[in-house]
Design a protein around this ligand. Structure first.
Ligand code: LLP
Length: 417
């Protein structure tokens, strides 16, 4: 069971901070995302404290959870943002993030997105190919601007994680080959509308072993030295995100301090500002997905199912990455059963847990799918005509609706008949 300061039982009832989850379910309905504001603040502070000894700038990777209130919570703490599209850039700006605290990444930025980010005055655009550098140079030239750019390097380090979320391997589409860098730097000299400000990497997500970061940082530092000898004055080294969290109490994540103690001594001598782009680390354990048990049934083989009112449309991670999420009864029972917890979508992969020991909750009771702060709401869809759920943020005993439940009208509002 994942029990934290933010999601904990009192009198056999699960709470978010000081608020009972069953009360939130009654007030706002289900499925419902519930986020603990204090958890966001605490994880940001823990991250900052771990890297305190290193001059750095943390940019929250908003792709993990781009709810405006979530982004604003970090922005108010001084955090910057890493965005991956014009849409995420728009969200960050709407949440109140200053443009010069935003870095714009993405392997396939469109012309309009590049122009939009230059117009806004983002801190830097990360380029992932020679062609993209040329495009940014051309667009900046047309706009009469000098674009601050970072080069995303593919360090060819295969971090051990789910194959769909490893990105620093030469088999993957991301970044510029380390071997290609001298050629790219030489070309950069001839592009008058660009200013190289950073070298960047991101080797993947949910990486437990700090040694992968060490291996990639060795390469990044070598390229940094090369760029120095070629006369470039680089201000930032961007290490990316990927720091792990605990989803399954049997597989606790490596504490962030283990990463800091390896990386700080390596990066400090470079005398640059280090950028980090944590997403999951800051938000994953800050939210739960609250869902109601609609029906319980048992098949001829004696298999028990809890059919709940949320599914892969609200949380696709188990279907897509076979990821583990704890599922906890909102009201504790003394008896337990072993059941599959499945959603209402017409796909066999629509499950949250299989063969899971769980409190013997009854139909109509609520379950909390834990660790749903990262890559959950943002990956939700309207498949099967589903309405995206409401989202609430809890701070102490204060509850705020931060996203309304979608309506049937919204479901069809962009279509023309
Ligand atoms: N920076 C870049 C360039 C990224 O591509 C990512 C994530 C991050 C930072 C943040 O990584 P984090 O700290 O959250 O690991 N949907 C998958 C995860 C995809 C990650 C994509 N890139 C999942 O649910 O596990």
């Amino acid at each position: 069971m994942l029990d934290s300061n933010y999601f904990h039982y009192t009198d056999k009832r699960l709470n978010c901070e000081e608020v009972r989850l069953e009360e939130l379910g009654r007030t706002f309905g289900t499925p419902l995302y519930v986020t603990s504001a204090k958890s966001l603040v605490e994880s940001y502070k823990a991250f900052e404290q771990a890297f305190e000894a290193l001059p750095h700038f943390t940019c929250y990777s908003v792709k993990a959870n781009y709810n405006l209130t979530v982004i604003r919570t970090f922005a108010e703490l001084g955090c910057g943002c890493d965005v991956n599209s014009g849409g995420e850039l728009y969200r960050a700006l709407q949440a109140g993030v200053a443009p010069d605290k935003i870095i714009f990444a993405g392997v396939g930025k469109k012309y309009e997105e590049i122009a939009y980010s230059l117009e806004c005055g983002v801190l830097m655009l990360k380029a992932e190919s020679l062609s993209e550098l040329q495009a940014i140079d051309q667009i900046a030239g047309e706009m009469g601007k000098i674009a601050s750019v970072a080069l995303r390097i593919n360090p060819n380090v295969t971090a051990e994680t789910h194959p769909y979320i490893t990105t620093g391997d030469s088999k993957e589409k991301f970044g510029i080959d380390e071997a290609e860098l001298p050629e790219v730097l030489a070309l950069l000299r001839q592009l008058p509308n660009l200013r190289l400000v950073a070298l960047d990497m991101h080797i993947g997500s949910q990486i437990f072993d700090p040694e992968y970061y060490v291996a990639a940082t060795v390469k990044l530092l070598a390229l940094y030295n090369l760029s120095k000898t070629m006369g470039f004055a680089i201000e930032f080294l961007d290490i990316g995100g990927g720091f792990p969290v605990t989803y399954d109490p049997c597989k606790p994540a490596t504490p962030i301090e283990r990463f800091a103690e390896k990386l700080i001594p390596m990066l400090l001598p470079a005398g640059v500002t280090v950028i980090f782009e944590p997403g999951r680390y800051l938000v994953a354990n800050g939210s739960v997905l609250l869902t109601k048990i609609l029906y319980k049934k048992r098949n001829h083989a004696g298999k028990e199912f809890f059919v709940v009112d949320a599914g892969m449309t609200e949380l696709i991670r188990p279907a897509l990455y076979q990821s583990h999420h704890e599922v906890q009864a909102v009201t504790r029972h003394d008896e337990t059963v072993v059941a599959d917890i499945v959603g209402p979508i017409c796909e066999s992969s629509d499950f949250f847990a299989r063969h899971r020991k769980i409190d013997a909750a009854e139909e109509g009771e609520l379950l909390a799918v834990m660790s749903c702060g990262a890559y959950a709401a943002v990956m939700s869809s309207n498949y099967n005509g589903r309405l995206r759920p409401a989202e609430v943020m809890v701070n102490g005993s204060d509850v705020k609706l931060v996203r309304k439940r979608e309506t049937l009208e919204q479901l069809i509002q962009s279509e023309l008949l």
